[in-house]
Design a protein around this ligand. Structure first.
Ligand code: GLY
Length: 367
């Protein structure tokens, strides 16, 4: 059970490999790449305690010279200060232009390590080894790297594609259930925006709310289809000049909810799930999408154990105001990514704020 997916770019194309027990084989894969001999593995202590030794042994037995750097866990450490400390380790270990960072962890580690790689010596290699479902299907692929500014998430960043992405589903065994479900939100997103077949396979599954209910085959299918969708989109539009924006489906209202609740009440995947419910209903109201398909989407969200209602304490005016400061605003107009049918999406800035307000109100939990 090995899936290989190509991310085809003008320059710097790369592969994603997905298979159980791949972590122990990483040396074989990396030996074939032109990535120098020196590697620094960046991780947090929880992930490193679980998987660090296995990874380092596999790299050493393939002849690499390996050191590691531990970053404290959590989004609040995704800062320039943490990146500065990664640079210190790079300096201590005499990394060269041909050397490599490996990001072993979730999205925070991946984004931060990617950014350190983009900037150290004007750019060294990075290999992504994602350990959360969310990072496997989204953050590790596509080269968006960055850190947070005190005024906002991911305001500092660079595009820097990895040389290789290695996905070993075995590591999901230690992922907390809530994080697993957060990743499922992005998986459902790919079904809606890109891949009808994936959507139907998710519909056919008995349960999607815990890893334990998924067969190895279904998990492999979910990972392969999701990564393929992301690779297809990124291959067509590496720097988000156009179609890549469809990956933001559910993220417009989702980001507003995350930001207004201080990034604590709901996690990213949960916010995206609520955002997809809202976007789906907007698409129905605007005449883009059928009620029937929008309900099928919402049923999948329920099956994945994800929330569908906007937290009751949020004022609708605040949500509308926050949408205006979204990164996706162009010439003062909020851009919405809306489904037309399952697997097909459109982008529009023609949604009247009144419709957004009405739908958010309909979707708000009763206080
Ligand atoms: N996470 C959205 C993107 O990579 O474009």
């Amino acid at each position: 059970m090995l899936s290989k997916i190509a991310v085809n770019l003008e320059k710097n194309s790369y592969q994603i490999a997905i298979a159980p027990n791949l972590l122990s084989k990483i040396g074989e894969y990396l030996k074939r790449l032109d990535i120098g001999n020196k590697i620094v593995v960046v991780s947090n202590s929880m992930i490193f305690d679980e998987y660090g030794n296995q990874l380092i042994e596999a790299l050493k037995s393939a002849g690499f010279s390996v050191s590691y750097h531990i970053v404290p866990a959590g989004e609040r450490h995704k800062t320039l200060l943490s990146v500065q400390k990664i640079y210190d380790t790079a300096l201590e270990n005499y990394l060269e232009r041909s050397s490599t960072f490996i990001a072993l962890g979730g999205g925070v580690i991946g984004d931060m390590t990617g950014f350190a790689a983009a900037t150290w010596l004007r750019g060294i290699n990075v290999i992504q080894v994602p350990t959360s479902l969310l990072a496997m299907v989204d953050a590790a692929i596509g080269g968006k790297t960055g850190v947070n500014h005190p005024q906002g998430k991911n305001l500092i960043g660079a595009f820097h594609q990895p040389k290789f992405v290695l996905i070993d589903p075995d590591v999901l065994k230690t992922l907390p259930s809530r994080e697993f479900r957060a990743g499922m939100a992005e998986v459902i997103k790919y079904g809606v925006i890109w891949d009808q077949d994936l959507f139907q396979q998710l519909e056919a599954a008995e349960r999607l709310d815990e890893l334990d209910y998924l067969s190895l085959e279904l998990l492999q299918t979910i990972l392969t289809h999701s990564c393929q969708a992301k690779a297809d989109v990124v291959s067509q539009d590496e720097k988000e000049g156009g179609i890549r924006a469809i990956l933001n489906y559910g993220h417009t209202v989702g980001h507003a909810i995350e930001s207004l609740t201080g990034y604590r009440l709901v996690n990213h995947g949960e916010a995206v799930a609520i955002g997809m419910v809202v976007a789906g209903k907007i698409a129905v109201k605007m005449g883009y999408w059928s009620e029937e398909e929008s309900q099928r989407q919402d049923e999948l969200i329920t099956k994945a154990g994800l929330p569908k209602t906007v937290p009751h304490m949020l004022a609708i005016e605040d949500i509308l105001e926050t949408l205006k400061s979204d990164k996706k605003v162009k010439a003062g107009k909020v851009r919405f990514v809306l489904p037309e049918s399952i697997g097909k999406i459109t982008i529009t800035d023609q949604v009247p704020p009144e419709i957004v307000g009405e739908v958010v109100k309909e979707c708000q939990e009763k206080g």
